[in-house]
Design a protein around this ligand. Structure first.
Ligand SMILES: NC(=O)c1ccc[n+]([C@@H]2O[C@H](COP(=O)([O-])OP(=O)(O)OC[C@H]3O[C@@H](n4cnc5c(N)ncnc54)[C@H](OP(=O)(O)O)[C@@H]3O)[C@@H](O)[C@H]2O)c1
Length: 257
């Protein structure tokens, strides 16, 4: 197994991409700690993960990472456990796909709090608790560099662009300590987040979006959460010992065009 006994923390590990990554980590022998807000969702995820078999241990903690106390609680949980982390996945995120002229300050603050500040200060606070050769993986988005017609993304793109900059600067700054920092930039993935942003569009706009997606993805479909898991396992594993500062597009070829 490629992640035998590695201790991992996945933010937003109770659903979508984070859950698929957690599942893959567990199958590779890692012990996993998942973080989300909703205890019911965390418990459902824990049951699903535990049912996979005797691989690694599954632990869950509820915290709102868009807040300083939430971030502090997770850092304290890891510190108190006395066991260093080998892998940190900054995955929890929020997407406000709203026109530039309507973005509210509250949406701006929330987007940055979760997509940028949480990744920044969680990684900073966990630094003393990261094991040698630790791997940090940030879940970015194709929206950092490529837009979709009629999907206004100024705020979301800005926050994921900031996360990409953080990925590269931390790879440079933490590399001398043996810590690797990379990002995965998924294309459109069928998760609750996507459904939330699509379901509130008028039917005509949904149909238009579906048609656009179908002709824009060279591989002919949008992603499933487990499409991201292979790259996450690779970046987490020792196979990626000389891989740092990369922003890896896993998007069915979408950003190649
Ligand atoms: N889906 C896509 O098409 C797509 C494409 C590119 C990039 N991404 C990125 O991939 C990442 C995961 O997205 P997803 O689509 O898998 O989302 P999702 O299905 O909505 O899952 C989000 C996860 O994050 C947790 N979460 C949300 N807000 C949180 C908070 N304030 N504090 C702690 N946990 C929180 C959620 O649990 P609770 O609700 O219980 O807190 C859930 O476990 C995000 O960073 C997103 O930007 C997604």
């Amino acid at each position: 197994m490629r992640l035998q006994d590695k201790r991992t923390l996945v933010t937003g590990g109770s659903d979508g991409i984070g859950l698929a990554i957690t599942e893959a980590f567990l199958r590779e022998g890692a012990d996993v700690l998942i973080v989300g807000r909703d205890v019911g969702k965390l418990e459902a995820a824990r049951q699903k993960l535990t049912a996979l078999g005797p691989a690694g241990q599954v632990e869950m903690v509820s915290a709102d990472l868009a807040t300083s106390p939430g971030i502090a609680a997770i850092i304290e949980h890891v510190r108190a456990s006395g066991r260093p982390l080998d892998i940190l996945v900054n995955n929890a995120g929020v997407a406000y796909l709203v026109p530039f002229e309507t973005v509210s300050e509250a949406q701006f603050q929330h987007s940055f709090a979760l997509n940028v500040t949480a990744a920044f200060f969680l990684t900073q606070g966990l630094l003393p608790h990261l094991g040698p050769c630790a791997s940090v993986i940030n879940i970015s988005s194709y929206f950092a560099s490529k837009m979709i017609p009629k999907r206004p993304s100024s705020l979301y793109s800005l926050s994921k662009g900031a996360l990409n900059s953080l990925t590269k600067s931390l790879a440079f700054e933490l590399g001398p300590r043996g810590i690797r920092v990379n990002a995965i930039a998924p294309g459109t993935v069928d998760t609750a987040m996507r459904r939330k942003t699509v379901d509130n569009l008028p039917a005509e706009a949904q149909a238009e979006l579906r048609a656009y997606v179908e002709r824009s993805y060279p591989l002919g479909r949008i992603g499933r959460p487990d499409d991201l898991a292979g790259m996450a396992v690779y970046l987490a594993s020792d196979e990626a010992a000389w891989t740092s500062g990369g922003i890896f597009a896993i998007d069915g070829g979408y950003t190649a065009g």
